[in-house]
Design a protein around this ligand. Sequence first.
Ligand code: PDD
Length: 287
Amino acid sequence: MTRIVYVNGDYMPEGDAKISIFDRGFLMADGVYEVTTVIDGKLIDFEGHFTRLERSLGELDIANPMDRDAWLEVHRQLVGQNAVDQGMIYLQVTRGAPGDRDFVFPDPDTTAPTVVLFTQSNPALVDSPKAKKGIKVVTIDDLRWGRRDIKTVQLLYPSMGKMMAIKQGADDAWMVQDGAITEGTSNNAYIIKDGKIVTRALSNDILHGITRAAVLRFAREAQMQVEERNFTVEEAKSADEAFVTSASTFVMPVVSIDGTELGTGTPGPLATRLREIYIEESRKAAI
Ligand code: PDD
């Protein structure tokens, strides 16, 4: 089945989709994105992703090209047309293609944002083999820019970080700034010590994860203790459990950090429980 994608108002087979070479997303990474999960053909936390998209666009002075209902319609069309049961929808909005390369932003009255959406199916999303084993992480310096709260498409360093991890036989990297973990290359990072969940507080240093917000809410509702504060690499290595969260991994247990095994080296009970709660509650609330 040919995948149907969305480009600037039109649905088309992926092979027909075209973007200008002058697009500022291509030339300058001048754009933002969102990844929304699909389970049972329904959208998980659409409102959260839409709200963050509006914020990211606002921070970069890019006008939101569509209202909430129009965004929802495109998401639903793509899920339907591509018969996605489990997977995700990727959306990207760039400042558009002014027709030349220039550091100065183009006039928004003459250069419209570029909008692209596509789906990726992943039937093993909920029943993930990785979640049963847990993942290994290594720590690397956080060399990203200072506005990580904006979900921009500047993903070169996170991508390099993932490769550094893979070269060391691990699955992912946790980034470190001034001795404290900021987040994973494409997820938020947590440790658990003596039953207490610790994760970095929200600031410009990390992406304000939509999954993070939901998981912390569910954890508090389940009477688990949550502390939002910095934690060091040493603290992380001596934790009982650890995990990461993102739209594409939900709650993913971490079983080793820089080669140091946590607990028994298998997914911990609280992380495993949180994953179950997250999937169950998200399924119920999906639209
Ligand atoms: N990444 N931190 C970073 C740096 C991220 O890239 C992501 C998401 C998160 C988690 O955010 P959320 O819970 O809203 O997905 C945290 C997406 C999934 C990606 O780039 O594919």
